[in-house]
Design a protein around this ligand. Structure first.
Ligand code: FAD
Length: 381
């Protein structure tokens, strides 16, 4: 049984504890799913999570609008990741892909949210390009005014849900100013003429991922999200909400690795006694538990700060993401070590956690980028 004592920390309200409890029960009954066909698995996960009501926190409710509750998003990601990385992915992308619509969308654009919350439409966030991942200000895709609309040309890559999404939130250069101030965000349906999947990308922990080609993709003026030239601000505002949730997913993976290790060291006998009696093993367990608790404190501090109405939580979210993902990598590596040969055996839980965690230290701002962000915030303060 995972340690869930963190739920009694003062960051949470009773509704968070109730949410965590019911999601835990749902996960125990429905997860993990088979990962053989990731497209089909993701579609099914989105449909099931949606029909059972779990996708509601991923975007605003347009009927009774209230700000996104980052603590709920983090609890959901931590819980889902602990049970099944693909379920966490399916949940997370509904949030990241709709974040711009929740925060800046027009009522017409927000009509998509009813579908994404119900698991009836799949969302994606298309920011990265072959020559601009960390360096977003270097975005090359163009969106040129054409009559009463825009024409988009260029490429996006590493796009999660690429190939199965129903729509993409796309960032392109509209040229109001050089660099970051000349970008705008657009809502582009997946069936727009000229939008194609140029390549499907395979990674160490498979999930739907693609490089997309935009060849004279025409969208109406109503596809523009927010103001022209505010694309970078929109992208950063979305990441400000969702970056802490990447830390939460890492925390879920780390907690699972710790749980698996606790079972292993209690059951496995070495030199005539359970492994847990070896002091060096105890040292590993202590380090793992410490990293998990410290990561949880940073993740839920960032989530709580955002929910208290902070305009930006750049420093807190960067710290949460950096620490939780880096430490989860170390916790999982220790779990693999404690499992001996079983730890690297294909299909073992800790082997899949070892693959699942790696990309989290790269996407939504690599660890090095988070350090730059933290240093700027601290030096500027
Ligand atoms: C599995 C996966 C899913 C993804 N999903 C999406 C998605 O849905 N939508 C989307 O838009 N993008 C997505 N991405 C893209 C992701 O955000 C980028 O890969 C990431 O921003 C890094 O960009 P890059 O790959 O171009 O690497 P680069 O920008 O070339 O960076 C390479 C490395 O350089 C170092 N570095 C970068 N900047 C600095 C700096 N300022 N100081 C010091 N070191 C630095 C870091 O170590 C970094 O890892 C995904 C990526 C992966 C791997």
């Amino acid at each position: 049984m995972p340690d869930r004592s963190f739920l009694s920390w003062p960051f949470f309200e009773d509704r968070h504890r109730a949410f965590a409890e019911s999601l835990e029960t749902w996960c125990a009954k429905n997860l993990p799913v088979a990962h053989d066909d990731v497209d089909a698995a993701c579609r099914e996960l989105v449909a099931k999570l949606g029909s059972d009501g779990w996708l509601k926190p991923t975007s605003i409710d347009t009927v009774n609008p209230a700000p996104l509750d980052v603590r709920t998003l983090c609890i959901a990601r931590e819980t889902l990741a602990r049970h099944d990385g693909l379920a966490d992915f399916a949940f997370a992308m509904q949030g990241l892909g709709t974040g711009a619509l929740s925060l800046f969308g027009t009522p017409n654009q927000q009509r998509w949210l009813e579908k994404t919350r119900a698991g009836k439409a799949i969302a994606a966030f298309a920011l990265s390009e072959p020559r601009s991942g960390s360096d977003v200000a270097n975005t090359e895709m163009t969106a040129k005014r054409d009559g009463d609309g825009f024409v988009l040309d260029g490429e996006k890559t590493w796009i999660s849900n690429g190939g199965i999404a129903d729509f993409y939130v796309v960032f392109a250069r509209t040229g109001e100013a050089p660099g970051a101030k000349g970008l705008s965000a657009f809502l582009v349906p997946a069936d727009a003429a000229g939008l194609t999947v140029a390549e499907r990308l395979e990674v160490i922990a498979p999930h739907p991922l693609a490089r997309l080609s935009f060849d004279r993709v025409r969208v109406p003026a109503s596809a523009l999200i927010g103001q022209p030239g505010s694309g970078f601000r929109i992208a950063m505002s979305v990441l400000d909400v969702f970056r802490s949730t990447v830390g939460a997913a890492a925390l879920g993976f780390a907690r699972r690795a710790l749980d698996e290790s606790l079972k292993r060291v209690a059951e496995r006998k070495l030199f005539g006694a359970p492994m847990a009696e070896l002091q060096m093993v105890q040292g590993h367990i202590a380090d793992m538990a410490l990293d998990v608790d410290a990561a949880a404190l940073l993740v839920y501090r960032a989530a709580w700060a955002k929910d208290q109405g902070a305009a930006r939580v750049t420093r807190e979210a960067a710290m949460a993401k950096l620490f939780a993902t880096d430490k989860a990598q170390s916790v999982i590596d220790k779990a693999v070590q404690l499992h001996g040969g079983d730890g690297v055996r294909k299909g073992h839980v800790v082997e899949s956690l070892y693959r699942e965690i790696r990309a989290l230290r790269i996407y939504e701002g690599a660890s090095d980028v988070q350090k730059v962000v933290i240093a700027r915030q601290v030096l500027g303060a």
